[in-house]
Design a protein around this ligand. Structure first.
Ligand SMILES: *[C@@H]1O[C@H](CO)[C@@H](O)[C@H](O)[C@H]1NC(C)=O
Ligand SMILES: *[C@@H]1O[C@H](CO)[C@@H](O)[C@H](O)[C@H]1NC(C)=O
Length: 257
C-alpha cells in the first residue's frame, strides 16, 4: 500500500506545484493601468482609536507601498462612532475617545479635502501625500487625554504637505465641521451606529468575514477581490495558506492508507 500512497501524495504535490506556477505567471504585468479593475476599499475609523491606528500603520499603509497600491481605490472615513447633532446652525460632535479625537478627525477630514484639492495621485486610486500624512498622524500622535497634540507640523514636513495652514484653519472652523459631518453621513450608511472600529468594506458591500480578515491580513482580504493579473504580494498571502492546507490534506490522506 505504501507505494500507492506515495504515488497519490506525489500527484497531489505535483498538481499543487503546477497551480502555484500558474499563479506566479499572472504576477508579471504590474505596470499596466489598473484603473478599471481597482478594488474599492473604504475604511471607517477614528483618529485616536488604538485598533484603527494599528490597522492603519501595520496593515493598510504598508500594503500601499508596493505594486498592490495600483489595485486600490481608497476612501478614508475618519468618523467611526462619533455622534453628531445639528444645533444653532452648526454641527456638534461627540467623539468616541473624547473632544481631542474630534479635533483629530477634523484635521484628517480637512487634509483629505485640501491636499492637492482632494485629487488622487496620477495613476493611483488615492492621494499618496494625504495617505502618508494621515498615516504619520495615526503613528506618531501620543494620547494624553485633553493634552493630546497632533504632530501636524512634523507629519506635514515628512510628507511634503505644503498647505498645512489651510488644513489647520479648516479643522478649527465651520468647513472642518461640515467635512466631518459628510463623513458621518457616509458612516451611517454602513451602520448606525457603527459596530466595529475600524470597519473595512470592499466594493461597497460590508461583509463580516472580510472585515475580520482585513484587521490582521489586509493583503489577503484585498487579494480576494483582484481577479486579473494578481500582483506578487497576493501570491505570498495565499501560498502559505495553500501550503498549510496541502500539508493537512496530505496528512489526512496518508492516514487513510
Ligand atoms: C512589482 O512589479 C515589478 C514589475 O512587474 C516587479 O519587478 C517587482 O518585483 C514587484 N514588486 C513587488 C514588491 O512585488
Ligand atoms: C473610487 O472611489 C470613489 C469614492 O471614493 C468613487 O466615487 C469612484 O467611483 C471609485 N472609482 C471606481 C473606478 O470605482
Amino acid at each position: 500500500m505504501s507505494n500507492l500512497k506515495f504515488v497519490f501524495v506525489f500527484s497531489l504535490a505535483f498538481a499543487f506545484a503546477v497551480a502555484q506556477q500558474d499563479n506566479q505567471q499572472h504576477a508579471s504585468h504590474n505596470n499596466m493601468n489598473h484603473e478599471n479593475h481597482r478594488v474599492n476599499v473604504a475604511v471607517y475609523y477614528e483618529s485616536l482609536c488604538p485598533d484603527s491606528r494599528k490597522f492603519f500603520t501595520q496593515q493598510l499603509y504598508p500594503s500601499l507601498q508596493g505594486n498592490l497600491s495600483n489595485f486600490v481605490n481608497l476612501t478614508l472615513v475618519p468618523y467611526g462612532k462619533t455622534k453628531m447633532e445639528f444645533k444653532q446652525n452648526e454641527y456638534e460632535f461627540d467623539c468616541h475617545h473624547g473632544a481631542k479625537e474630534c479635533e483629530g478627525n477634523k484635521i484628517q477630514a480637512c487634509a483629505l479635502k485640501l491636499i492637492d484639492q482632494g485629487k488622487k495621485t496620477e495613476g493611483l486610486g488615492f492621494n499618496r501625500v494625504a495617505v502618508g500624512f494621515i498615516n504619520c498622524l495615526m503613528d506618531k500622535t501620543e494620547r494624553k487625554g485633553d493634552d493630546t497634540t497632533f504632530p501636524t507640523k512634523d507629519c506635514a514636513e515628512i510628507n511634503h504637505v505644503n498647505n498645512l495652514n489651510l488644513i489647520e484653519n479648516c479643522a478649527g472652523h465651520t468647513d472642518g465641521s461640515n467635512y466631518l459631518a459628510n463623513l458621518g453621513t457616509l458612516t451611517k450608511a454602513v451602520a448606525d451606529p457603527l459596530k466595529n472600529v475600524p470597519t473595512i468594506v470592499f466594493n461597497q458591500q460590508f461583509k463580516e468575514e472580510d472585515n475580520k480578515m482585513a484587521q490582521t491580513n489586509f493583503v489577503k482580504a484585498l487579494c480576494q477581490y483582484i481577479h486579473a493579473d494578481k500582483p506578487s504580494e497576493c501570491n505570498g498571502a495565499s501560498n502559505i495558506q495553500i501550503s498549510i492546507g496541502f500539508l493537512i490534506v496530505a496528512s489526512i490522506i496518508s492516514k487513510l492508507f
